[in-house]
Design a protein around this ligand. Structure first.
Ligand code: HEC
Length: 171
């Protein structure tokens, strides 16, 4: 009983201590938050200017009547790099677009080893072979899709591939 009485006596004191701790944490929290937030660019004009300077676009289009800023360079024409040759060679086209069928004979495609089936084809003349490769062809062996289904390739690239294929047909 005496113990209980002791606790009751100390009650207000304990509450006061807890309240003081709570206030101390609140103050600490507010102080830390404002400390960690860093400077506010809306208020710090110098900081804002330095950030804007760093994220400024590399170049801009100067409109008629506009003045150049001090130190700004004017380039009348963007330098253009020479375009590199984009045409694929016959062997490259064959490896990319034709080998899937003509390398293995899938779907009846004549392979490069199969010289016997090439003979009557070659006898049609080169123009017919080019045309069949370009526009597609369905014969007795199967279906040859237009440009080997690579419509992004140019006519020149396809006919170069035909030339390459015929040069590789083993006799
Ligand atoms: C999806 C399979 C397939 C692909 C890919 C393919 N071919 Fe063919 N090709 C065939 C088939 C099948 C034939 C035989 C058609 C027939 O005679 O019935 C053929 C036939 C040909 C012929 C002979 C045509 C004739 O008149 O006899 C040529 C030339 C040819 N292909 C070129 C090419 C070239 C060049 C490519 C790559 C750009 C290519 N092919 C890609 C399936 C293919």
């Amino acid at each position: 009983m005496a113990q209980d009485q002791k606790l009751i006596d100390k009650g207000p004191f304990a509450v006061a201590i807890l309240a003081a701790i709570a206030v101390a944490f609140a103050v600490l929290g507010v102080t830390l938050t404002s400390y960690m937030k860093g400077p506010d660019i809306r208020e710090d004009a110098e900081l804002r200017a330095s950030i804007e300077d760093r994220i400024r676009p590399f170049g801009r289009v100067k409109l008629p009547g506009e003045e150049l800023a001090p130190g700004e360079l004017q380039v009348d024409e963007m330098p253009q790099a020479d375009p590199v040759a984009t045409l694929l060679t016959g062997p490259q086209v064959f490896n990319e677009a034709c080998i899937a069928c003509h390398g293995t004979g899938i779907g009846g495609a004549p392979t490069l080893e199969d010289s016997a089936t090439w003979e009557p084809r070659i006898a049609q003349g080169m123009n017919t072979l080019y045309l069949h490769a370009l526009e597609g062809y369905t014969g007795s062996a199967g279906y040859m899709p237009p440009k080997g289904a690579r419509l992004d390739l140019s006519d020149q690239e396809i006919s170069d591939a035909v030339d390459y294929m015929l040069s590789q047909v083993t006799n």
